[in-house]
Every structure is written in structure tokens, then in C-alpha cells.
Design a protein around this ligand. Structure first.
Ligand code: ADP
Ligand code: ZN
Ligand code: ZN
Length: 685
């Protein structure tokens, strides 16, 4: 019998070693998948190259099975997982096993062999399309970018900065073609599941005869396993997916594309809080693959790295076919007529502009980042407001089904007929969400040429039923809608051909958020939204982006008017540098949840006390514990504490000592926290 180290999904807080020792009849290569007994259960595990433990051979259990037929996960994959586990401070076993397809955990050797046979058979069948669409001749800008790309060493990450419609995807396709021609695999990441079918169709048309699989959480467990196996066995040439695809084993990986690299959804928000974008850069180095980060509004982290020369920046400054970017018009809301209860939803000039579009048979898109009818109901007599009993948040009034709904915990009740405190019958909505906006737009446009304008609303409420989003988008594409109202859901990716006006109704709040990344997100959102207008050349001249603001002088809007991302980034980076914020500093956030705020705070305070005496403590600052912006959700109090360092290695060094100490603190039992977690490079503060 040989003694092997195996990593298993053990509970994060159990404090077990990174690997456990088992006995095996045969020596197995690291990366081999096995099934191993743990307590009463039998778990999927991976043979790892670790240090042997101290338990004597006689006390070790033998492995239950070896998953034959699967080549071992290669050294590059294991190095990626090792790095991610260390960097994001999660146990190796938890990370390694949680990024494998869920279905793999359930199969025994025989079942797996069956799946493999099916996969090989399916892959042997000829693909649908056999004749590839030829690529269009590249534009002069694309020619320049492609030449620069060819001249850039593979080891240098490339940041492709190009406005929407500038032909970035063509560059990805070209880079993928080169990787494939060299016998390598390509991985293309997109932020949202919704965007994968569109992209898949485009890649399939270009790469006829090649095997393309997608990998995201919207697949059935069987489909996801199938795609994963195809990637791992090297049967798939192209893998398209969301953030979880960054962990797809790909033995011949030669290219990683991260489209919309600034998008927050690349950051996992639970468990191991990894950034797929950052891991893409790390992984590319491990596998000597080219990494291409693309965006119209790059993250300031990537932008700064390009400024420092660590990334190569390539630009596609204009839209394909010479189409202009929409003209940005700011409406100064201070100058607009006031009505009872504040300004109208849409200012008079904006209403006129939408009317003109309707008269010309063009479409408008109006967005507001708040769903429901109104964010709160209010009694003017006694001051009652529709708070949630379980959260420190208001419940949102939904008029359509007459409910008050908490968007944090889901608690829902029928709207009371009268004020629950004083019986006043006159309780009124305050503020506006998309439902109310839709109603107000209908009123404002009512007398347009006699005919009632056709209005559609797209948000999380109107698209709850499966297929309803597709139906509504279909109606917009078919020209059956004059004005589309929605949340930021409608601003991403969709290729609307007839929209010539996009309006942001009330985007100001992000200017004054306590989260230092709020302006960066707002700018990206507005640029993205502007990109929905004038996408077809015949309409591009009439395209406009309207922004209603109480702060028309704000530098963010000045940069937006010029479509000047560089100016915006420069301003933000100056502020970040003087405030000691990322990318000039490195952050980690410790979060704690408890029934009582005092307990959460006590845990964080004890963690801070521990931190003070650790080696390297002088290189990090630990801030005071503070409640989250919405402190209580579903009866749980949530607190957080920021850790900051000017040096990434110093922060990592500190965390490596601190986090194990925190496990000890929790086990000590003195602190009644429900859970705690560390978020390295947190995105929302
Ligand atoms: P992005 O990814 O930057 O939004 P795309 O690559 O999707 O841009 O290009 C926008 C549109 O222009 C697409 O319809 C695409 O097919 C087209 N396109 C891109 N490059 C060319 C080219 N060189 N010649 C003709 N059309 C192109
Ligand atoms: Zn009242
Ligand atoms: Zn609630």
C-alpha cells in the first residue's frame, strides 16, 4: 500500500489540514480524482502533492475508488487552485472541490465511464455548420490593433479599450483563430449568462467544424459536466462561459479573453470570493497563454496597470462603419418646472425628444435603477413608513399586485388599506421605481398624435416568468414598442437597432455614495447605456443619450459628454491616489454576521486586537468595525471591518497569519457570531 495526500471538501471552519492521507494499492499521479471515506461519508477528492501527515499508516483508511478514464488534473490547474486558495484565504479542499462540476461529486466510476462514452460519441458526430463565415476585412483601426497584438509578448496582458461597436469581438475572434491554428484551446469569459448564446452563435459561425462548449450556472448539471469534460479532455477547442469557467481545466489553453473586464459579476460574492478577471491574468502566465481584457470602460485597476506599463493598452477609438457615438445631453433639473411633490419624471425637453422619436418611428429607452412602484409608502399624519420588520430597509410598494415587498429578505404583505399606526386612509408613495415611471411616461406621452404610444417595461419583476424576457425583447426588436422602460438590465449587451434615444432618469445618487467605486460603476453604466443608441448606421446621426441631473457641473458628466474615458479615469485615479484607495492600496474586508450587533462587533474587535500583535502588523491598517449600509437583513446584524495596506505582498503575508487565528477565535466559542468571512480585494465597500 502507498500513502497518498488527498484534498477533500472539508468544512471551511473545521480547521483540517489542506490534505488528508489515505492508503492506495497503486501509486496515483497528483491530480487524479478519487473517492475517499471521511467520517461516515464518501467524498470526491483529488490526489495532491502535499506533505505526509503524522498519522501512522496503520490508522489510515484506504481510498474507496479511483475515477478511471479521466486524466489527472494537470499541474497548471493545480497551481491555479493552490494560488486562489491562498490568495482568497479559503481552504484548498473547499476551493478545489467547489470549482468542479457538481455532478462529478455524485458519479461512481461506472457512471462516469458511461458519460465519457456518450461524450466521445457526440463529439465524433460532424458539427452542424461546416462552412465558416469568412471574417470581414479588418478596419484600419483593427489592422493596427492586430499588428500591435502580434508584436506584444504573450507574457504581457493586453487591455483592449474600445467603445461599444468598435469591433472588439472581431479582435477576440482573430486571436482565437490564431490560438486554434496553433493547436491550442481558447477560453472566452463574459459577465452574464444572457450574453453567452449571442456570443456562441458568433463563434460557431466563424469556427465551423470546431468544438465549442459553454460553461455557466444556467446549464443543467449533466450539460455542465459534459462541457467540463470536453474542456478537460481537450475535445473542446473553445470554451465560452461566465466567471466559473475560469477554473475549467484546459490542457492546451492558449488564449483567455475577458470581455467587459470591468464588470462586477466577475467577482464571486460568496464562498471563495475570487475575481475571475484577476485569476485569468494569473492563469495565462501559468499556461503561457495570451490574455486579452476588453472593455469600453476598463476597471481602474486594469487601467492603472496599463499606465504603469505592466499591461499593454490597445485602443479601438471609433465605431465600425464610422457611426458616431450618441450625443450626450444633460438636463439641469434645477432649471425644470416643479410640480407638486417635486420635478416630473421626465423633464419637458426630454418628453419632446421622445415624442419626436415616436413620430419618426424610432424607439427610446428610459432607465431607472429601481424596480417596483415606489421605494416606500408614507403616512403624512403620523409619519409611519413601510419598513421591513426583519431588515433595516424600507419595503417597496408594488402597485400591480398591491404588495409591500422587502427586496432584501423577500418579506411580502398586501398593502394596508389604511395606515397601520393611526388608521389614516391617505397613505402615499414616495419616490419612484420603474412601475411608476412607466405609468408616468404613459401619462406624459398620452396626447402624442392621438395614438397611444406603446410602452414596455423590462425589469426583474416583469421578466420573472421563464421566456418573458425573450418575448419582450422580441417585441422591441420587431418595432412593436415605442418606449422601453427598465432597470439596468436593459442596458447590457443588447443589440437594439432602432433605438435612437437613451435616457437616464435619475442617476445622481451614485455621485455621493459612500462606496468609492460608485462613480466608476455609474460611468460604465452610462457609457454602456449610451452604447444602446444608434447602433445601426442609418440611425446613428439622430442618436442621443439624455441624463437628467441636479449636478450638471459634475466632472463625471463632463467626461461623459466627451465620451472621454481617459479623462474620467485620470480624475478618479488622482482622487484614489491621494485618498490611499485601490489601485494604489490593497484591501481586505472582514465581515461578521450575528443575531446581535454587539456580538458581530465583539468578534471584529477581538479580530482587530489579534491583528495588532501579528508580525507585519505595522504594514497594515485595521479600521474600526462598521455596520453594512443595510445593517440588518432577515433578522441578522451585519458588520464589517476594513484592512488596508500599501503593499499587496504585505497584506497577503498578514492575512496568512490572521485568518487561521480567526478560525481559532471562532472555535474558542467566546463570540456568538453566526458566520464570518474574509473578502480579499472586495468590490463593494
Ligand atoms: P464590440 O465587440 O466592440 O461591441 P463588434 O466586434 O461586435 O464590436 O462589432 C460591432 C459590429 O461591427 C458587429 O456587427 C460586427 O459584425 C461589425 N464589424 C466588426 N468589425 C468589422 C469589420 N472589420 N468590417 C465590417 N463589420 C465589422
Ligand atoms: Zn399614520
Ligand atoms: Zn426584509
Amino acid at each position: 500500500m502507498v500513502r497518498l495526500q488527498v484534498t477533500l471538501e472539508t468544512p471551511q471552519h473545521a480547521g483540517l489540514d489542506t490534505t488528508l492521507d489515505y492508503l492506495s494499492e497503486q501509486s496515483l499521479a497528483p491530480g487524479t480524482l478519487v473517492r475517499a471515506p471521511l467520517g461516515k461519508r464518501e467524498l470526491l477528492g483529488i490526489v495532491w502533492s502535499g506533505e505526509a501527515g503524522e498519522v501512522p499508516d496503520a490508522d489510515l483508511k484506504p481510498l474507496a475508488a479511483v475515477l478511471e478514464g479521466l486524466p489527472p488534473l494537470d499541474a497548471a490547474w493545480r497551481a491555479l487552485v493552490d494560488f486562489a486558495s491562498g490568495y482568497y484565504q479559503r481552504s484548498l479542499g473547499e476551493l478545489a472541490l467547489s470549482v468542479l462540476p457538481p455532478e462529478l461529486h455524485k458519479l461512481d466510476g461506472a457512471q462516469l465511464a458511461l458519460r465519457l462514452r456518450k461524450l466521445h460519441k457526440a463529439m465524433a458526430a460532424p458539427p452542424h455548420q461546416t462552412v465558416a463565415d469568412p471574417p470581414p476585412p479588418p478596419s484600419p483601426e483593427q489592422v493596427e490593433v492586430l499588428a500591435a497584438l502580434a508584436a506584444t509578448p504573450v507574457a504581457t496582458p493586453v487591455l483592449l479599450h474600445g467603445v461599444t461597436g468598435s469591433g472588439k469581438t472581431e479582435i477576440y475572434l482573430n486571436a482565437a483563430a490564431q490560438a486554434l491554428a496553433a493547436g491550442r484551446q481558447a477560453l472566452v469569459l463574459v459577465p452574464e449568462i444572457n450574453l453567452t448564446p449571442q456570443l456562441e452563435a458568433r463563434f460557431a459561425a466563424r469556427f465551423a467544424g470546431r468544438r465549442i462548449v459553454s460553461l455557466h450556472s444556467g446549464l443543467t448539471p449533466a450539460q455542465r459536466l459534459r462541457s467540463w469534460l470536453a474542456a478537460h479532455l481537450g475535445l473542446a477547442d473553445l470554451v465560452l462561459g461566465t466567471r466559473l469557467a475560469i477554473f475549467a481545466p484546459m490542457p492546451r489553453l492558449g488564449l483567455i479573453v475577458v470581455d467587459e473586464e470591468h464588470d462586477p459579476s466577475y467577482k464571486q460574492q460568496e464562498g471563495a470570493r475570487y475575481s475571475a478577471r484577476d485569476l485569468a491574468v494569473y492563469r495565462a502566465r501559468l499556461q503561457e497563454a495570451r490574455v486579452l481584457l476588453g472593455s469600453a470602460t476598463p476597471s481602474l485597476e486594469s487601467w492603472q496597470r496599463a499606465n504603469e506599463g505592466r499591461y499593454r493598452r490597445l485602443a479601438l477609438p471609433s465605431r465600425i462603419g464610422g457611426a458616431l457615438l450618441p450625443r450626450v445631453r444633460l438636463v439641469d433639473m434645477n432649471q425644470q418646472p416643479k410640480e407638486r411633490g417635486g420635478a416630473a419624471a421626465l423633464s419637458p425637453p426630454l418628453v419632446d425628444a421622445i415624442r419626436q422619436r415616436i413620430a419618426r418611428g424610432e424607439q427610446s429607452l428610459v432607465f431607472l435603477n429601481r424596480r417596483g412602484y415606489a421605494p416606500v409608502l408614507h403616512c403624512a399624519d403620523c409619519g409611519w413608513k413601510s419598513g421591513c420588520p426583519h431588515c433595516s430597509a424600507w419595503r417597496v410598494f408594488h402597485k400591480l399586485d398591491r404588495t409591500l415587498r422587502c427586496h432584501h429578505c423577500g418579506f411580502t404583505e398586501r398593502v394596508p388599506r389604511a395606515c397601520p399606526e393611526c388608521g389614516n386612509l391617505d397613505i402615499a408613495p414616495i419616490g419612484r421605481g420603474t412601475e411608476r415611471l412607466e405609468e408616468q411616461i404613459i401619462q406624459l406621452l398620452a396626447d402624442t398624435n392621438g395614438a397611444a404610444p406603446r410602452i414596455a417595461r423590462i425589469d426583474a419583476d416583469s421578466t420573472r416568468l421563464k421566456g418573458s424576457l425573450e418575448t419582450q425583447l422580441g417585441a422591441v426588436h420587431a418595432g412593436e414598442v415605442d418606449v422601453l422602460v427598465g432597470t439596468q438590465m436593459v442596458t447590457k449587451g443588447h443589440d437594439f437597432r432602432r433605438i435612437t434615444l437613451v435616457a437616464a432618469v435619475n442617476p445622481d445618487s451614485a455621485l455621493f455614495s459612500s462606496d468609492f467605486r460608485a462613480p466608476e460603476r455609474l460611468f460604465a453604466l452610462l457609457m454602456q447605456a449610451a452604447g444602446r443608441a444608434g447602433r445601426s448606421a442609418e440611425h446613428a446621426k439622430a442618436a442621443e443619450m439624455w441624463v437628467q441631473t441636479w449636478h450638471p457641473q459634475h466632472p463625471l458628466y463632463a467626461a461623459l459628454r466627451q465620451h472621454d474615458f481617459a479623462a474620467f479615469a485620470e480624475g478618479q485615479l488622482k482622487e484614489r491616489e491621494s485618498a490611499g484607495l485601490p489601485p494604489f492600496a490593497h484591501l481586505a474586508m472582514l465581515r461578521a454576521d450575528a443575531k446581535q450587533a454587539e456580538a458581530a462587533q465583539g468578534f471584529l474587535q477581538a479580530a482587530a486586537d489579534l491583528a495588532a500583535v501579528l508580525p507585519g502588523a505595522d504594514q497594515v491598517s485595521v479600521y474600526a468595525p462598521v455596520p453594512l449600509p443595510v445593517a440588518r437583513v432577515a433578522g441578522v446584524e451585519r458588520m464589517q471591518m476594513l484592512v488596508e495596506s500599501a503593499s499587496r505582498p504585505a497584506l497577503q503575508h498578514f492575512l496568512a497569519a490572521w485568518v487561521p487565528a480567526l478560525h481559532g477565535l471562532r472555535r474558542g466559542g467566546a463570540h456568538k457570531v453566526l458566520r464570518w468571512a474574509i473578502d480579499v480585494d472586495p468590490l463593494s465597500i
